[in-house]
Design a protein around this ligand. Sequence first.
Ligand code: 6PG
Length: 257
Amino acid sequence: MENRDIRIFSNLKALSTAAAQEFFRYAKETIAARGEFRVALTGGSTVARLYQILSNPPFQTEIPWDKILFFWGDERLVPPDHPESNYGQALKLFLIQVPIKTENVYRIQGELASQEAVEGYTNQLQRLAGSSGTWPRFDLVLLGMGSDGHIASIFPDSIIEEDDRLPVLATIGNYEGRPGRRVTLTPVIFNMARQILFLVAGESKAHAVKEVFSEGSDPKDWPALRIKPMEGRVVWMLDEAAAIQLPEPIRALAKVD
Ligand code: 6PG
């Protein structure tokens, strides 16, 4: 809990602009230090605004896009050109509008059967880890959160604990009529990240946000509580509506604009 930082913005636009600035600042800093920036993207409607902002100046022209390696925290099992594909969404909203290197895109193959997609992505991650015997460490992980508390495709009833050693899993989740068959990274990988940025907006998320910040909430019910990076930072960017059920002293301290 200690390394969780909350920032509350007046609306989704302000939140997304701040997220784009954070992405830019952190990418520049990481590329200067290590030559590349590894980011895991998310799906959902909240992050769409960030993607649009990144596809426009100044970010479109200023970010060293060719030094960024793109991954996904989860994927819906649909082909890449399907309107519900998380990869397809990011591609359409910003990746085709910025000068990335196609060989730096590590997508989950949603067009495959779930176990094949899991194996394919696990193998990609293994190859990147090389002989280090561990999984690659992401510099930044973007995550949304559902009103039921799910993150990536780890749903409250997803069996995760039993599979705690596996980096990639197939799950099933019914949420807002979206495709239910999913492939997701697990806390094994997420918790190695250097920074995790949650983007959560709208009043429908207010109850889940309150639970995630309440003492005694159970990670089985609120999967965001499984995110406890060993050495990384966690930043929660909320809009006022999503933060409305947090205790007033927390809101007062976290208010940014
Ligand atoms: C997905 C996501 C998922 C998403 C949340 C929040 O593939 O659906 O990765 O975890 O981030 O459902 O979605 P919204 O931003 O649309 O509320």
